[in-house]
Design a binder for this molecule. Sequence first.
Ligand SMILES: [Zn+2]
Length: 156
Amino acid sequence: MIVFDLCCAAGDHRFEAWFASSDSFADQQARGLIACPVCGDSAIAKAVMAPRVGAKSNQQSGAIAKPAEVSATGEPSPELVRKVIAEIAAKQAEMLPQSRWVGRDFADAARAMHEGRAKEDLIHGQASPEQAAELREDGIAAMPLLVPIAPPDAVN
Ligand SMILES: [Zn+2]
């Protein structure tokens, strides 16, 4: 293991990270996997190289508390993201049989329900990214379907 003192281009924030080797650092740096823990900038450069392998025992033990792979950006871990998505997909799969397919009328139908012009119902259908954004702006709850469905009118 080797520790590098790194700094970001955006804010010149200094932080340290451990890597398996110098090559491992170069590889992660090239792929933008290293992010500044302060501002999240991924333009990271080596500040001062400080190999501490075999460091003297008077080193503060707190100095090696940083994990080998930098994940101090506050982002949820990929495992957590996968878990949450899987839970949402399962919930949607459960709800789909009760949901009414409205095809391309989805945005209109959702808006009509939101404004009380139509009966509250569970619906699913198609919306363009623009329509989805408009619904979000108007506070109308809609979310992308995470389970594959065959639109009933797609077989025409
Ligand atoms: Zn920074």
